[in-house]
Design a protein around this ligand. Structure first.
Ligand SMILES: Cc1ncc(COP(=O)(O)O)c(C=O)c1O
Length: 335
């Protein structure tokens, strides 16, 4: 009798074992200059549809390991998009409760996904003193923490495990996927966790790396005045506690129109169906590239897929309205 061949099975313990190991691709059709190489890290291929799966996985699994979380723990977070969905998946997998504080700008698609995942959704409706909802959302989080015994605020804007998720995840993967050094990293920002984690890890291997933060016009992360912006995921109306401007070499601000055009061009030329912040990154690269010395090699993070943006950047009426707003304000976002 011949022995059965030994076969190493590769079966994950949960969907969170499928987070990470995302591929990198060269964008030769979008940036055909032979002296330029633009490489995209497709974080949109994570199972929950975005790189935020990494933050949720790292925070929840580290918490379960160090005992700060246990099955039955009640998480509270203010998020209207990808992080809420990723945390909801983690809560399902690990038997946690999760209350997500959202606002009227949360898309109906995201609300439906959150509810289908069994999240307790708390919607604030009152506009805050800054003209947005963020401060109202944070006040609601505080009320929930006071009212739910043992409730834990994940607080992605201040939680060091947010940037560490990318240091050990996206950044570590890129440090092995890339052999020749990239000269620039382009990443969209909101909490700044992903850009800091990726750049801290990549600079250990490629010390000459320059880091470009792609922010939304009307966001205040790196200063400036708040203004109206509709694309979720990118930008913030307050400065995140994690933010370290001294680690960023340049900030490029992209408005809703240019982000949408970036998404559409990426889809038309590369067949990559990505979310709004990826369009912002594509637009920022297009803006900066003409003045960069040749040859140059850029790496860009593509955070999420396009499905949740069909009513936004891929909708012609939405784009027409965004163009009209831009014309009306002379190109400046207005609160
Ligand atoms: C689609 C998208 N792009 C960019 C970002 C910004 O990432 P970070 O919060 O790590 O700065 C986020 C964060 O939620 C996001 O959801």
């Amino acid at each position: 009798m011949t022995a059965a061949p030994s076969v190493a099975e590769s079966v994950g313990a949960s969907v969170f074992d499928c987070v990470g190991n995302t591929p990198v691709v060269a964008l030769r059709r979008l940036f055909p200059d032979p002296d330029v190489e633009v490489i995209a890290k497709l974080e949109l291929m994570n199972p929950g549809g975005s790189m935020k799966d990494r933050t949720a996985r790292f925070i929840v699994e580290s918490g379960l390991r160090d005992g700060s979380l246990a099955p039955g723990s009640h998480l509270v977070e203010s998020s209207s998009g990808n992080f809420g969905i990723a945390l909801a998946m983690a809560a399902r997998v690990h038997g946690l409760r999760f209350t997500c504080v959202v606002d009227p700008k949360t898309t109906s698609a995201n609300l439906a996904i959150l509810r289908s995942l069994g999240v307790e959704v708390e919607q604030v409706t009152e506009v805050d003193e800054a003209g947005g909802y963020l401060l109202t959302r944070i006040r609601r989080v505080q009320e929930l923490l006071a009212g739910i015994p043992g409730a834990i605020w994940v607080n992605q804007y201040a939680n060091d495990r947010n940037w560490q998720a990318y240091y050990h995840g996206t950044g570590a993967e890129l440090a092995t996927q890339l052999v020749r050094p990239p000269s620039y990293l382009f990443a969209a920002v909101s909490t700044t966790g992903s850009i800091l984690g990726c750049s801290r890890r990549l600079r250990e291997r490629f010390p000459g790396l320059r880091v470009v933060a792609v922010d939304a016009a009307g966001s205040v992360i790196f200063g400036g005045t708040p203004g109206r912006r509709e694309i979720p995921g990118i930008g913030s109306s307050r400065v995140p506690e994690l933010c370290r401007p001294e680690e960023v070499d340049e900030v490029v601000r992209v408005d809703d129109v240019d982000a949408a055009l970036g998404c559409r061009e990426l889809l038309a030329k590369e067949g990559i169906f990505a979310g709004g912040s990826t369009g912002s990154v594509v637009a920022a690269i297009g803006r900066v590239l003409p003045r960069l010395p040749r040859p140059c090699r850029l790496v860009a993070i593509f955070p999420d897929r396009g499905d949740r943006y069909l009513d936004l950047v891929y909708d012609d009426d939405w784009l027409a309205a965004a163009r009209a707003r831009r014309a009306d304000t002379g190109g400046e976002p207005r609160a």
